[in-house]
Design a protein around this ligand. Structure first.
Ligand code: ADP
Length: 364
């Protein structure tokens, strides 16, 4: 074989390897010539756009992608004229016969070995999920602000009326104070969950470990939730060994864990239902179970219920933001423990928190 043909064989093999890499990447890649006619359209580009390679090659890129920037600031035109790449812009492309899809796009010029411009390439990814999450997040934040606002307006208004109580009879101030306290406690719960959530996001969830009397913490929570359960027609019970071991934990955060599990158990129970807290211990762990016989969780939703902002379909009618269980998981895992869930729709749910009695070395 002559040197020239060996070089040519090597070049072809390099090229086919490049195409293999381009087709395997989970990234849509579209190359165009200087007139913006498509010269390469990889498998992911076909998947996202719904156009086959055959339908796309040779056509004007704007006709195929129908991108949100095609008619005004076509990124390909810009990189060709400026000869500078454009990195991570968010735009849209239109699926064949369908909807606009949000994409994140990188665009660059293509040059031959002598540095002459021979076209351009754009690589993009479907970011529909990211956009949907962003929308959900901002919806929740506005719902949160809305709920804070209505509670605050109520508190403010009642405060003003209380200041003028002389002309009211004796019963009214008491009623007002009851409403004030209820609204304030609702706000406190909301704000605390959001504070914990932002600490989670910024990695600032610092736990303070101390000797913690788990039975005392659970009993106190039980005393708070028992009247609430009774008012909802639900029987709340607490069963634990005569005396539980003292564990190394952040007591305040643990209360938050069990408060969230308990308020969910009550929220998703029916009148006449039962919620049971049971505590057991093994050699190295304490297991706290919160069991209800409420509406249960769809098996398809189970893998996601600890995700931040995830709310079950049946949860739509109840108050909440889908933050509570994400906080439960983060706090329990911060203790070196784990939380498991078992549930059957229509029959109820069981959440079990496993906590090590002694913090393992190296854990903060
Ligand atoms: P929220 O209760 O504010 O919706 P959570 O993060 O506490 O948020 O819970 C996430 C979802 O998990 C709920 O929306 C609900 O669908 C489901 N869930 C949690 N606890 C229970 C329970 N005890 N019974 C039924 N569904 C539950």
């Amino acid at each position: 074989m002559s040197t020239d043909s060996a070089t040519e064989t090597q070049r072809k093999s390099d090229l086919s390897f490049c195409y293999f890499v381009i087709d395997s990447l989970p990234l849509a890649i579209v190359a165009v010539d200087p007139d913006l006619r498509i010269t390469r359209f990889n498998a992911w580009a076909q998947e996202i756009t719904g156009h086959s390679e055959k339908q796309a090659i040779g056509r004007y890129c704007g006709d195929v992608l129908q991108g949100g920037m095609c008619s005004r600031d076509c990124p390909l035109r810009t990189v060709i004229s400026r000869q500078e790449p454009i990195i991570r812009i968010e735009t849209t492309i239109r699926r064949r016969g369908g909807n606009a899809i949000p994409v994140e796009m990188n665009t660059a010029g293509l040059f031959d070995q002598s540095g002459n411009l021979i076209g351009a390439v754009e690589a993009f990814q479907d970011i529909s999920k990211k956009k949907a999450q962003e929308r959900e997040k901002s919806n929740l934040i506005s719902m949160f602000a809305h709920d804070m606002n209505s509670s605050l307006t109520g508190i403010h208004g009642l405060g003003l009326r209380l200041l003028k109580t002389e002309d009211l009879n004796q019963e009214k101030p008491r009623k007002f104070i009851e409403v004030l306290t209820k609204e304030a406690s609702k706000l406190e719960f909301l704000v605390k969950d959001f504070l914990e959530f932002s600490r989670l996001q910024t990695g600032k969830l610092n736990l303070t470990f101390d000797a913690t009397f788990l039975d005392k913490e659970l009993y106190e929570l039980f005393s708070i939730y028992e009247p609430k359960a009774a008012a909802m027609g639900i029987l709340l019970t607490l069963e634990s060994a005569a005396s539980l071991p003292v564990i190394e934990a952040d007591a305040n955060r643990l209360r938050r864990v069990f408060a969230n599990l308990l308020s969910n158990a009550l929220k998703f129970s029916r009148q006449g239902g039962k919620v049971a807290i049971t505590v057991e211990e093994s050699d190295g762990e304490v297991m706290v179970t919160v069991r209800d016989d409420g509406i249960g969780i769809d098996p398809e939703e189970l893998p996601y219920i600890f995700d931040i902002f995830h709310r079950g379909r049946d949860a739509e009618k109840k108050e909440g933001y889908g933050v509570g269980l994400a906080i439960v998981k983060a706090i329990v895992e911060g203790h070196g423990g784990r939380v498991l869930v078992a549930s059957e729709p229509g029959k109820g749910s069981t959440f079990t928190v496993f906590l090590p009695k002694i913090r393992k070395l190296g854990e903060e």
